[in-house]
Ligand binder design. Structure first.
Ligand code: ADP
Ligand code: MG
Length: 693
């Protein structure tokens, strides 16, 4: 790296901030987008929003005084006029921009009320007509790189310039790792050419293709990047499965007992998935299984049965939920199911302090707590299990990949001098389309519960203007009077929890004033756990008719008697969140209803989302529509994918390549395992480290 010009210790330190440590890292620091500085555009053909170079003569320059002092310069060429606007300027600048001066500017064109303008363009004075214009213009589109404080575009370009000769040739070697069969099949250009091209596209490069990331050279690189991520997950899985796990009996007395005690029979889908899990648990390879299933399909009981296999074999099980509310609910469900069988269930959350915490920790360490439900507090440093055999992670979409990975080491135990790693069962109600699942969860086996318990009726959803709120309140009143229970969810776009809770408090008060004969409770994130808990229990046992809540109830909350869901400002929520919230009703055999209240004006996107919610109850359909409307980055949430550091790939745009990515990965794993490290290192660099578990 130091062999490059301009790289001293201070630049090196700044490069490190961009995760650039080697020449190869620098070469793979790819442009975010491009500017076209290769040609001078006539002012008459400028479009608002475009970035362009113009050359013109200054007609008038003046300071305008108003709310803010600014320098306005009116310039023109033979085809039209445009205004330059500067908020920061000095006298000599004003002087230089006097009428008659010829200048060249580069900037973003926008349309103001008075016509076209550029705000703070880059500009230079053209000294005389004698200098031919072409000498000034670069021969290729100008790349715009991810930059950092003190290391701006200009320096990055100068550094990368030392590595790239022209749009076809690099000054350094980069080894090609893709099998030639793959390159041929996909008609990809060689790696070196692809890199050279994206750093220095030639002047005649198809600008629109490049701007939208669809040029073959960009696709070639995106493919390899997707491949690198996919490989890193597959390898992570292989590594984990080199470990040993405790072996559980396939037949489990406790689980059989629990099944006979249940007031319902498992659905076919639950039985199938439970059988798949049992198969995993009897092997000495650690299970890595994801159970996908729409809200309300009954994942919890499947988890409870699996947990009993660990318990019966003398191991502990940990059940981790993303919120206090859900952890607490699991604690109750598991106690209700397991304690009659003589199994000791405990609870641990971040809120548990002092003596109470100590005593739970002692139980966990001693092994007398056979099942522990909790939040991610379960995996803090001071928690140590005696013999953890199974980890259940519920509502996985709320945890990051990193957290999921961090758990794996936690449960390590040693038995007869063999290190044993826990089995893992991961549950999610956020269904994602198959190919996406195969890349995102490439390290997991997948089971799907694709059936709801019998007797469930689809929730009827109506979409109503907030102006008709009084009628909605009237309807809720009637429903509650006739013995139904309702959720009233308050949402606020602000991220501020304080404001959200405030809004819920206000709504609860208002509703109570309007409906004095209805018993209304309130839960939100800032209440003490005990208070939250009391209210939830009151709602669950029917001594409250209505629960006003923030979106804390979004995940997992299960009160089968509740049949009415009102969501305020529904236009502000995403599809998966709306689906999750709506999934709180329709859990019993009674007809449930959902009212989505919206406020005008509605954006196009919001309109589409509300229509999807109205038309479908099926999580997979909704996820597919969500993918079409928003794209997978948001669908998955970057936290979840662990793919936030994509340089050039875009899951939405590039999803057509995924089947080939998967195929190529398998080929490499079989034939060229020695290249795998190199590919991963090239694209993930040091980010890969967290995966080495
Ligand atoms: P989710 O998959 O959304 O986590 P839960 O596990 O909370 O769903 O289950 C939803 C509700 O359905 C719970 O009240 C649960 O007891 C009930 N349930 C689960 N399986 C069945 C079944 N086979 N028959 C009837 N009810 C069931
Ligand atoms: Mg659940």
């Amino acid at each position: 790296m130091r062999s490059l010009k301009r790289v001293g210790p201070s630049v090196a330190e700044k490069l490190a901030r961009l995760n650039i440590f080697t020449i190869q890292d620098l070469l793979f620091h790819l442009p975010l987008r491009y500017q076209d500085r290769t040609r001078v555009v006539p002012i008459g053909s400028l479009r608002s929003g475009a970035e362009a170079v113009i050359e013109a003569e200054v007609l008038l320059t003046d300071i305008k005084y108003g709310r803010r002092r600014m320098l306005l310069s009116r310039i023109g060429d033979r085809t039209g006029f445009i205004t330059l606007r500067f908020f920061h300027f000095n006298a000599s600048q004003q002087q230089a921009l006097s009428p008659g001066a010829k200048i060249r500017c580069f900037g973003e064109v926008r349309y103001s009320g008075q016509g076209l303008e550029m705000v703070h363009p880059e500009y230079e004075l053209l000294k005389s007509d004698a200098i031919p214009v072409v000498n000034h213009s670069p021969a290729h589109l100008t790349p715009v790189y991810p930059a950092t404080e003190g290391l701006r575009q200009f320096s990055l370009r100068a550094l990368i310039d030392q590595l790239v000769l022209d749009s076809n040739t690099l000054q350094v070697d980069v080894p090609e790792w893709l099998p030639s069969s793959c390159l041929q099949h996909l008609k990809f250009p060689p790696l070196a050419q692809a890199i050279a091209f994206v750093h220095k596209p030639p002047p005649d490069a198809p600008v629109n293709e490049l701007l939208s990331g669809q040029h073959r050279c960009q696709q070639r690189l995106a493919f390899e990047e997707l491949l690198a991520h996919h490989l890193s997950m597959r390898r992570r899985r292989l590594r984990y499965q080199q470990h040993q796990a405790p072996v559980f009996n396939q037949e489990c007395q406790l689980a059989n007992q629990l099944q006979t005690r249940l007031p319902f029979a498992l659905t076919g889908a639950q039985q199938r998935v439970y059988a798949e899990i049992r198969q995993d648990l009897r092997r000495s390879l650690p299970m890595l299984r994801l159970v996908q299933g729409d809200v309300g399909c009954g994942k919890t009981i499947v988890a409870a049965l699996s947990v009993l296999h660990a318990v019966e074999s003398g191991c502990q099980a940990a059940v981790m939920a993303p919120t206090e509310l859900l952890a607490d609910q699991h604690y109750r469900s598991f106690r209700q199911w397991l304690e009659p069988l003589g199994v000791r269930v405990q609870w641990l959350s971040g809120k548990l302090k002092g003596k109470a915490r100590e005593s739970v920790l002692t139980e966990i360490a001693g092994g007398s707590a056979q099942v522990v439900a909790g939040t991610h507090a379960l995996f803090q440093d001071d928690v140590s299990f005696s013999r953890l055999g199974l980890i259940v992670v519920d509502e996985q979409h709320r945890f990051g990949v990193h957290q999921r990975l961090a758990l794996r080491n936690k449960g390590k135990s040693t038995q007869a001098s063999i290190e044993l790693y826990p089995h893992q069962l991961i549950m999610t109600a956020t269904p994602i389309p198959r190919t996406l699942a195969m890349t995102t969860y490439a390290d997991l086996d997948c089971s799907i519960i694709d059936e709801l318990p019998p007797g469930r009726r689809p929730v009827q959803t109506v979409v109503i203007d907030d102006k008709r709120r009084p009628q909605v309140i009237e309807r809720v009143h009637g429903a509650c009077k006739s013995g139904q229970q309702a959720y009233w969810v308050c949402t606020l776009i602000e991220e501020s929890e304080v404001l959200q809770c405030q809004a819920a408090e206000d709504t609860a008060r208002q509703l109570q004033e309007e409906l004095p004969d209805i018993r209304i409770g309130l839960v939100h994130g800032r209440m003490k756990p005990v208070d939250k808990d009391t209210v939830m229990q009151e709602f669950k046992c029917g001594s409250l008719d209505m629960l006003v809540a923030t979106t804390v109830i979004e995940v997992g909350v299960d009160v089968p008697n509740a049949t009415l869901m009102i969501i305020e400002n529904a236009e502000r929520l995403g599809l998966s969140q709306l689906h999750q919230l709506r999934g709180r009703v329709g859990r019993g055999d009674q007809q449930s209803n959902c009212v989505l209240l919206y406020r005008m004006p509605l954006s196009q996107l919001a309109r589409q989302r509300l229509a999807v919610m109205h038309d479908s109850n099926d999580g997979f359909v909704i996820a597919q529509r969500d993918l079409e409307i928003r794209g997978p980055g948001e669908l998955l949430g970057t936290r979840q994918t662990g793919m936030e550091q994509f340089h050039i790939a875009d899951l939405q745009r590039d999803q057509v390549m995924l089947p080939d990515v998967i195929k190529t990965a398998s080929e490499l794993l079989n034939l060229d395992p020695e290249h795998i490290d190199a590919i991963i290192q090239r694209w993930l660099g040091r980010n890969e480290e967290y995966g080495n578990v």
